[in-house]
Each structure stands twice: as C-alpha cells, then as structure tokens.
Design a protein around this ligand. Structure first.
Ligand code: AP5
Ligand code: MG
Length: 195
C-alpha cells in the first residue's frame, strides 16, 4: 500500500491537488476536514463537537481524528492501492500515532510528505475568493481565516522538522499554477518510487 501526505497551510491547494492525484493514481482521498464537515452535516455526535472548533479556526481533538482515519484505512478493500492524506496529520501527536499504527498494524510506513509552500498573503486571497463560491463556514470571516493560519503555524508547521528528520519531506512551490504544481508533485512521487 502507498501512503502520501499532501501537506500545507489552509488554502494551499491540498484539496485541488489531491483530487488530481486520486484521478491519476486511483488512490483513495482522505480529507479529514471533509470527513468532519460531513459529520457536521449529518448532525452526528462528532459533528456537534467539531462544529464550534472548525468555525473558530481550532483543531478537532487528536483522538477523534485518529479514530476516523483508522476506521477509513481498515475499511479499504483489496482494490485500494494507496491513499492520499489531505490535512492529516496535523499535529506531532497525530504524526507519531499514524507512524506507529502503520508500523505495528501493517508493517508499513508512509512514502512521502509533499508540502505545498505558499505565502500567507496568497492563501488569504485564495480563501477569500473560494468563500464566494463554496460557502464554507470557516471561510466566511477574515478573522477565522487568520486564526486557521495561526493554528497551522503553531501546531502543524513543526511537522516539517519531524518529517525532514525521517527523510520523508519534499517541498513543492505551491504559488504557481495548478498544472505546474501537479506536474512537480508527480515528478517527486516518481522519484520516491524509484528510490
Ligand atoms: P481542511 O478542510 O483540511 O481545511 P484547510 O487545511 O484549512 O485547507 P483548505 O481546505 O481550506 O485548503 P486546501 O489546501 O485544501 O486548498 P484548496 O485546494 O481548497 O480542515 C478544515 C478544518 O477541519 C480545520 O481547520 C480543523 O478545524 C479541522 N481539521 C481537519 N483536519 C484535521 C486534523 N487532522 N486534526 C484536527 N482538526 C482537523 O484551494 C483553495 C482555493 O484556492 C480554491 O478555491 C482553489 O480553487 C484555489 N487554488 C488551488 N490551487 C491554486 C493555484 N495553484 N493557483 C490559484 N488558485 C488555486
Ligand atoms: Mg481542502
């Protein structure tokens, strides 16, 4: 099984690139943000907990997110050849638990972390534009967007160091066009596959 992580701040293009990758490689797309939004829509117990946190730019607890991801991986049938994780892991605790789970339950490890590098000003303008189209609650106020960006810098950016130390980190310029980014990601994935 192959496991790739599309990493980056809010609005970096994780979802956009994940969709293209899933189409090309027929991998399964795991967006923890989308899973949580689905729970909110369903009004489930997790959804009720997640709603306030997401709408104020905070993270949902590691235990909830880890259980969701674990259930999803375990439910994948034999036809699934790989996963694209989008917005997960997001904390050191999630990264460590994920590595441990793959190692102990499957004897596997992640293939690579593809990090979309984009400046804060660009992502604010991308999210403001998307707010007009998609109507996501956490896009609707500039304050929430800025809170999401600071939560990212505080809790998620330290993961770069974690994956660099393990030789799994690959930086990609996320400030260019969707197609250029996609081609660069594919090149990196190919080089990881040939190692
Ligand atoms: P999540 O849904 O993961 O949101 P996010 O990280 O804030 O990222 P976005 O979905 O906003 O952006 P994206 O990087 O996918 O960019 P996109 O492709 O849409 O998480 C939401 C919330 O859920 C979190 O804040 C947290 O509360 C909770 N959560 C989720 N996972 C969690 C976890 N693991 N632990 C705890 N809590 C968790 O692109 C953005 C826009 O830009 C689009 O309009 C797109 O069309 C456009 N665009 C994309 N690429 C380009 C380009 N190259 N040039 C120009 N425009 C572009
Ligand atoms: Mg997304």
């Amino acid at each position: 099984m192959e496991y790739y992580i599309i990493f980056g701040p809010p609005g970096a293009g994780k979802g956009t690139q994940s969709s293209l990758l899933v189409e090309k490689f027929k991998f399964r797309h795991v967006s923890t943000g989308q899973l949580l939004r689905d729970e909110i829509k369903r009004g489930s117990e997790i959804g009720v907990i997640a709603k306030g946190l997401i709408e104020s730019g905070q993270y949902v607890s590691d235990s909830i997110v880890l259980q969701m991801v674990k259930d999803l991986i375990n439910s994948a049938g034999p036809s699934v050849k790989g996963f694209i994780f989008d917005g997960f892991p997001r904390t050191i605790c999630q990264a460590e638990s994920f590595d441990k789970m793959l190692r102990e339950e499957r004897g596997e490890e992640i293939n690579g972390v593809l990090s979309l590098e984009v400046d804060d000003e660009i992502i604010v303008s991308r999210i403001r534009k998307r707010a007009e189209v998609e109507g996501r609650k956490d896009d609707s106020s500039l304050n929430t967007v800025l809170d999401r960006i600071s939560t990212y810098h505080e809790k998620t950016e330290p993961l770069k160091e974690y994956y660099i130390r393990r030789g799994k980190f690959f930086a990609i310029d996320g400030g260019v066009t969707v197609n250029e980014i996609f081609n660069n990601i594919c090149k990196v994935m190919e080089s990881i596959g040939n190692e």
